[in-house]
Design a protein around this ligand. Structure first.
Ligand code: 7TS
Length: 414
């Protein structure tokens, strides 16, 4: 009988793919524990971009010469693979944007602004990144819709018991939530929120900026209507992101940006819009960045998203145990099995920026701040936290060095 063995990834071996990790910082090897802010880049992705610039670069969809055709082929090939990565029914539903933030603004403006009004309800969660909070708050204010929030339990999970009360507030129109929280790492029950949204005739907008790098994404299984993510968090270049949206919704929406490439016909009296996805891609696209995005997806697929998820899960469990014995540490967030590779914490009596500074002396890079989650910080009763975040190239030794750095911070400031 065949035994199915889960392939474990070998982070130590994968590190060789990342040139930036080969250097020393402040005389120490680099322990990069800030992948949630942006991930480092494998040589394979960097080479794909260089090769594209050296052999195939041209503008897309607008030339008949060989380079323009090559460029268009590479660009559209990347779109196909990125669409497949989230199991989109069609790559025409996959729109290139600058980043997850722009993807979410596209939905808020092109869908929200046109469809919301007094008596409607827009819901976000207390765990949202500002990118999936502020656009909805703004659009609600502009349209007179009411703006509500799914609260957090003390355990750092969304409190779904409060949903009924929210629906009594008016007609539910938009439910916007992240699949993985960047501040606590919580994996949120987006399928349940989507089912609730659909039960009430609302659309479900999923911020997958933090989820797409770390676990397999299937928009059809999630059942959502829109899904946003960025390339730079999944080993791709900065400057490009994606929005997946249900075709009928995208087709029914007005464009977000106006100008070249997104039109069908322009006359003095009137302009008509191009087909999907072009209607939402005004101007020259992030061409080489999209090609790099595709190469990053190939790289991740080669390792396997299941293996990445398992690796991070193992690291989080290890980190929570290891850091638990640091004197004066307060750890935030749910149990390891309910979170991605993110650990947020505070050290009693030491400002998070001071902690991060001492760690930098040791070559350990973590983030300190509000993580663009001020509503969550208010809920936790703090202005900032420290956050260590892991990826496929993180090894246990990095966590050990974080642990030792925290003991040093205790000594320096204790
Ligand atoms: N949503 C989530 C959950 C995020 O973590 C981020 C970025 C964004 C949206 C926005 O992504 P962008 O690519 O458009 O900037 N997260 C972080 C972070 O955790 N620290 O800085 C940015």
């Amino acid at each position: 009988m065949a035994v199915e063995a889960r392939t474990k990834l070998d982070a130590q071996k994968l590190r060789a793919d990342f040139p930036i990790l080969q250097q020393e910082i402040n005389g120490k090897p680099l322990a990069y524990l800030d992948s949630a802010v942006t991930a480092q880049k494998p040589r394979q992705m960097l080479e794909a971009m260089t090769q594209f610039y050296e052999t195939s670069y041209g503008n897309v969809h607008r030339g008949v010469y060989a380079l323009a055709e090559r460029s268009t082929e590479a660009f559209e090939g990347a779109r196909d693979r990125i669409a497949k990565f989230v199991n989109a029914p069609s790559s025409r539903e996959l729109i290139f944007t600058r980043n997850a933030t722009e993807s979410l603004n596209l939905v808020a403006y092109a869908y929200g602004l046109a469809r919301l009004g007094p008596g409607d309800v827009v819901v976000v969660t207390e765990l949202e990144h500002h990118s999936n909070f502020v656009p909805w708050q703004y659009v609600a204010k502009r349209t007179g819709a009411s703006f509500r929030m799914v609260r957090l339990t003390d355990g750092g999970e969304l409190d779904l018991d409060g949903l009924d009360e929210i629906t009594r507030d008016g007609e539910l129109k938009v439910v916007a939530a992240n699949l993985v929280s960047n501040a606590l790492g919580t994996v949120n029950p987006v399928e349940k929120l989507t089912a609730w949204a659909h039960e009430h005739g609302a659309v479900s907008v999923v911020d997958a900026a933090q989820a797409a790098p770390h676990r397999p994404i299937d928009v059809q299984a999630l059942g959502c209507d829109f899904l946003a993510f960025s390339a730079h968090k999944l080993c791709g270049p900065s400057g490009v992101g994606a929005l997946w949206g249900r075709r009928d919704l995208l087709e029914s929406m007005e464009p977000f940006n106006l100008g070249g490439h997104m039109i069908r016909k322009v006359q003095f009296e009137e302009t008509t819009w191009g087909d999907l996805p072009h209607k939402f891609e005004a101007g020259t696209a992030p061409i080489a960045e999209a090609v790099g995005f595709g190469a990053a997806i190939d790289y991740l697929n080669g390792i396997g998203l299941d293996a990445i998820e398992q690796h991070e899960h193992d690291l989080v469990a290890y980190a929570l145990e290891r850091l638990g014995d640091v004197p004066g540490i307060q750890l935030y967030g749910p149990a390891p099995e309910k979170r991605a590779g993110i650990v947020s914490f505070n050290m009693e009596g030491i400002h998070p920026h001071d902690v991060a500074q001492v760690l930098d002396w040791e070559g350990v890079a973590i983030r300190a701040g509000h993580h663009c989650c001020q509503p969550l910080m208010a809920r936790l009763g703090v202005s900032a936290t420290n956050r260590a975040s892991f990826y496929l190239y993180t090894v246990q030794e990095d966590v050990d060095r974080l642990h030792d750095g925290l003991l040093r911070a205790r000594k320096v400031f204790g």
